[in-house]
Design a protein. Structure first.
Length: 355
């Protein structure tokens, strides 16, 4: 059992879970999905994870080391009916969590590499659920705060978003934009497609979407450190800075990976979250604060990393761009503080390097 599995298993929120459920999760190999799966397994739920290859599936069976985890292979999300057969094999499943989506800015073609897999993939998943597993009662789609606001809005302390906030970028603009904007556009149109599907097709399930900010925090397994996803790499990259480097200026809203995993579970397990867009973040941050936290907590690095322009720890305390979103309250998560997230993220990397 991994260190994190043991921690999850000890927490009362998991032990108080009474009815065992069977959950199908797409993108099981992902940074966030692995934590969702660990938390579900710790509650005693059964999980079927979709992966793109048997090699990845087999290595996760080893990592999770739990008889309640199994996997199915779906290689291409955007192929119509992609999930029909694998879902038909699982009449026991009553919940679907759709996390799979390209999170990659190193691409050649925005439409082929990001927009189509994200949007068509979401439509395919929902169509297959309606066709093959009508017993599924709750579906959770992982969206993003970037589907609801522009980067400058997320960085503007005066911005206030709401339930109906959507990124203004159009599909056509997303096709020719930089990869980061194409990603945001893919999240907007994939989430919109999900809400539209429910409206038009009236399936048996209730939909909820989760809109995470930047996700930081330790990997579910140390094996994840070999191939960090985009946002986990943002924190790791701070360790590459040299004393005289400029500290890059960017930021947004952020959340601990373990909290956003819990948000996905609450998104299907709580009455209050049914049919809602669930914005999930703890705080606003600037990258400078990642550097500040590392310099403060890791004495060996204090004089190695650049000082930059340190930010007072409580600088963004009152900043909440989605203050009016009722569903944020419905989640009711007691978020892990930013400093703890960064410290545990970095500790895992440094411990691994020492091995
Ligand atoms: P991740 O570690 O890169 O995971 C992405 C998952 O999607 C992986 O399982 C990957 O499979 C799968 N995937 C990617 N492209 C695919 C494609 N074309 N066809 C089929 N599967 C594909 O990223 P993550 O952070 O966990 O992201 C999970 C979800 O959270 C995504 O929907 C993402 O947009 C959303 N999100 C993430 C953040 C964040 O800060 N990380 C913030 C907001 C929203 P392989 O392992 O086979 O590549």
């Amino acid at each position: 059992m991994s260190k994190l599995s043991r921690t999850y298993a000890k927490q009362s929120v998991y032990n108080s879970h009474i009815t065992t459920q069977s959950i199908f999760i797409s993108g099981a190999t992902g940074y966030i999905a692995q934590h969702i799966i660990l938390q579900l397994l710790a509650r005693g739920d059964k999980v079927v994870g979709q992966v793109r290859s048997a090699a990845k599936g087999d290595s996760f069976v080893k990592d999770f080391n739990n008889k309640n985890f199994s996997y199915e292979i779906v290689k291409v999300l955007e192929q119509e009916g992609a999930f029909d057969d694998v879902l038909a094999k699982h009449p026991e499943v009553t919940v679907f969590i759709h996390t799979a989506s390209p999170v990659n800015f190193d691409i050649e073609d925005n439409e082929r590499d990001i927009l189509i897999p994200a949007i068509k993939g979401t439509k395919n998943v929902l169509a297959s659920i309606k066709k093959s597993t009508p017993q599924i009662k709750r579906v959770v789609v992982t969206s993003s705060v970037v589907a609801a606001a522009t980067h400058s809005e997320l960085e503007d302390p005066k911005y206030v978003g709401g339930e109906d906030s959507w990124l203004p970028t159009t599909y056509e603009e997303g096709k020719s934009a930089d990869a980061q904007s194409a990603y945001a556009t893919s999240k907007k149109y994939a989430e919109l497609a999900a809400w539209e599907f429910v409206k038009e097709e009236k399936p048996n399930f209730i939909l909820s979407s989760v809109l995470p900010g930047y996700v930081f925090g330790p990997q579910a397994f140390e094996s994840g450190l070999e191939n960090l996803n985009l946002t986990a790499a943002v924190v790791a990259n701070a360790l590459q800075l040299k004393k005289d480097d400029e500290v890059p200026i960017f930021g947004g809203v952020s959340v601990d990976v373990r909290d956003i995993a819990l948000a996905h579970i609450y998104a299907f397990d709580k009455e209050e979250t049914a049919g809602k867009r669930l914005v999930g973040y703890n705080n606003r941050f600037l990258f400078q604060q990642v550097v500040d936290v590392i310099r403060k907590n890791f004495k060996d690095l204090t004089d190695v990393l650049p000082v930059g322009n340190p930010i007072a720890p409580d600088h963004f305390d009152t900043y909440n761009p989605f203050v009016d979103v009722e569903s944020r309250k419905a989640l009711g998560i007691d978020y892990i503080p930013f400093e703890k997230t960064i410290v545990e993220h970095i500790t895992q990397i440094l411990d691994h390097q020492k091995k």
